[in-house]
Design a binder for this molecule. Sequence first.
Ligand SMILES: Nc1ncnc2c1ncn2[C@@H]1O[C@H](COP(=O)(O)OP(=O)(O)OP(=O)(O)O)[C@@H](O)[C@H]1O
Ligand SMILES: [Mg+2]
Length: 134
Amino acid sequence: MDEIRLPIFDETDIVDARQQGRKLGTTLGFSGSELTLIATAISEIARNIVVYAKEGYITLSIVGTASKHGLLVLAEDNGPGIADLSLAMTDGYSTHKSLGLGLPGAKRLMDEFEIESSPGKGTVIRMIKWKQRQ
Ligand SMILES: Nc1ncnc2c1ncn2[C@@H]1O[C@H](COP(=O)(O)OP(=O)(O)OP(=O)(O)O)[C@@H](O)[C@H]1O
Ligand SMILES: [Mg+2]
């Protein structure tokens, strides 16, 4: 089973997570544009770990059955967590005077997106891009 667990602390780790996502996505046969969508979603989630939680992990793995497979991105941190998830998922909401597009953008780029977070408990995001049949 291909599974890559990447500690995320700084900009270098964000770049590495992006590249590892592209690499695993390539083995699954994703197109160049799909790989870019996946890498962008990984970057946004990894950057949030660095900015808000300081450290965490991103785990990349292949999921599915013989007829359907996809790339699972699991992001976990033990940072401050998010009090209002629906607000955090709104375009333009940022506690950091930034664009506030990272979470809603990542959700749009991927096929599945689940987020669990609460203050003091950290944040877990699970997102999947499914490989469409040719
Ligand atoms: N891992 C996290 N831990 C704690 N808070 C988070 C985390 N990820 C996101 N947030 C909170 O959710 C808000 C929205 O996140 P989002 O990535 O959409 O926007 P942003 O990081 O503020 O701006 P952008 O990503 O566009 O530069 C953040 O401002 C922050 O308050
Ligand atoms: Mg962000």
